[in-house]
Ligand binder design. Structure first.
Ligand SMILES: Cc1cc2nc3c(=O)[nH]c(=O)nc-3n(C[C@H](O)[C@H](O)[C@H](O)COP(=O)(O)OP(=O)(O)OC[C@H]3O[C@@H](n4cnc5c(N)ncnc54)[C@H](O)[C@@H]3O)c2cc1C
Length: 430
């Protein structure tokens, strides 16, 4: 049996390992648009010397349940537990101070979002929480630091379905793990082992953007700019934003259930930047996550120094704020963040030359960060949105869709991508 895999992120890599574990599979062709493995797990190791900047995924979440924990051990990648200290940088009466996220007023906002979520999660198509008034620091901090806020889901709480979130499985309660050399470096290294293990049956083709897929009961033909491959079955792992944009055409066209699923499944925005520091700033403790309000575009920055790399300041933005930053020039985004920090720390942050920034919204291979099921206005009785993840995961004859977005329990993560790659490969083998 010959199988094609479209996409060399963790879903594609996990599918390849699973397929090649079966001797009946004679050929596996992995077709990847970019120059290497990893997809949304990508580490920039050159912009800031000595610093592995995880541009996409950065944590091994739920490490006791996550296959990457063992993969990291097997491949000799050191991991470090994330510390969970959270502080808000707030200006009160003209003075800047750090306030714990448990601050009474902020905690009250978080509680109200939780109450709204608890009411909405049993209904099929209701948003997590209504749009808050963004006119007070307290509401903005409460929204950003809530476990239902944009930093967790990559979309705003009023944009995604509570019932989608409600079926997420419980985590393992363990601290997230950083991969010291970068989680993208780890995923890429895992993919790079494939040709050596299965030289005669495995072929990876990079810089190969798939443009059309023709499928029938007898097989699948996957076409790209300068060629095509004909196989018995195919697993498509490209992000749902890429599929929804029509960048790959299907012949015959996808049935309504898949098209509806791709209307509801979106990738939210998540932006990161890293700045090399000349001097360690005393007011930004390594290991603590700080939050700071931005006025225009309106949003909340999260920023931190890593204990194992204290001379780099990393900043994150999420949801609509990140989308707005993605529409700006990189230099303006750096300038905006630096200007805000200058004020909040009384001009006491000194930068060096190294810097790095992401823009997942504009990446033709991603089109955003990670998936959420959008409130598409169908109202509480619209069943399509809620079924979107499972509908997309149903095999369409010889064609299979897999990736973080088809997982119900831990979508939006690397472990979801891994589990879904394995699921689709096993469906083909069965
Ligand atoms: C900023 C950010 C932070 C994140 N943080 C975390 C985190 O801390 N922990 C966590 O577990 N997860 C995190 N995630 C989510 C995680 O990165 C993804 O869930 C996971 O990488 C998805 O893997 P995948 O294989 O499903 O898709 P992808 O990794 O997107 O792989 C799909 C592949 O398809 C390729 N492709 C696209 N179009 C085509 C085409 N036409 N032809 C051929 N190939 C194509 C792409 O180049 C890509 O390599 C984060 C993501 C982002 C963006």
């Amino acid at each position: 049996m010959k199988v094609a895999i479209v996409g060399g992120g963790l879903a594609g890599i996990a599918a390849a390992y699973t397929l090649l574990g079966d001797p009946d599979v004679t050929e596996v062709h992995l077709l990847e648009a970019d120059g290497g493995y990893g997809g949304r797990a990508s580490t920039d190791t050159t912009s800031i010397p000595g610093f592995a900047f995880d541009m996409g995924a950065q944590y091994i979440q739920d490490p006791t349940l996550n296959p990457l924990t063992q993969i990291a051990k097997d491949l000799g990648f050191e991991t470090i537990e994330e510390e969970d200290e959270y502080m808000l940088r707030v200006e009160r009466d003209g003075e800047w101070e750090d306030v714990a996220t448990t601050d009474e007023e902020v905690a009250a906002v978080v509680k109200s979002i939780k109450t709204s979520y608890n009411l909405a999660k049993k209904k099929p198509n209701v948003v997590v929480a209504a749009k808050p008034r963004f006119d007070t620091q307290v509401e903005m901090f409460g929204h950003a630091t809530s476990p239902y806020g944009p930093f967790t889901e990559s979309a705003e709480t009023w944009q995604y379905l509570a019932a989608d979130r409600a079926r997420e499985g419980p985590g393992d309660g363990s601290a997230n793990l950083f991969v010291k050399r970068g989680i993208g470096t780890l995923v890429s290294a895992y993919g790079q082992l494939l040709p050596g293990l299965h030289r005669d049956r495995y072929k990876a083709r990079f810089g190969t953007r798939v443009t059309s897929i023709t499928h029938s009961d007898s097989g699948v033909t996957v076409a790209y700019a300068n060629g095509s491959v004909a196989v018995d079955a195919c697993i498509v792992t490209v992000p749902v934003s890429v599929l929804g944009s029509g960048a790959i055409t299907f012949e015959p066209a996808l049935p309504a259930a898949y098209k509806n699923a791709l209307k509801a499944l979106r990738l939210g925005s998540y932006k990161k930047l890293a700045l090399q520091l000349r001097v360690a700033p005393a007011d930004i403790e390594p290991g603590t996550n700080y939050y700071l309000i931005e006025a225009e575009p309106e949003g909340v920055w999260q920023y931190y120094r890593l204990p194992h790399n204290p001379l780099v300041l990393v900043a994150h933005a999420a949801g609509d704020f990140a989308a707005a930053l993605d529409r700006m020039e990189d230099r303006d985004v750096y300038a905006l963040f630096k200007a805000n920090l200058k004020e909040a720390y009384d001009n006491s942050i000194y930068y060096s030359n190294g810097k790095a920034i992401t823009n997942w919204s504009d990446d033709p291979s991603a089109g955003g960060a990670y998936s959420y099921t959008a409130f598409i206005g169908g109202g509480p009785d619209d069943p399509d949105a809620l079924k979107a993840r499972s509908d997309l995961g149903v095999p369409l004859g010889k064609l299979h869709f897999a990736g973080e977005a088809t997982n119900l329990k831990c979508y939006g993560t690397l472990q979801a991508a891994y589990f879904e790659g394995v699921r689709a490969a096993r469906a083909i083998l069965a």
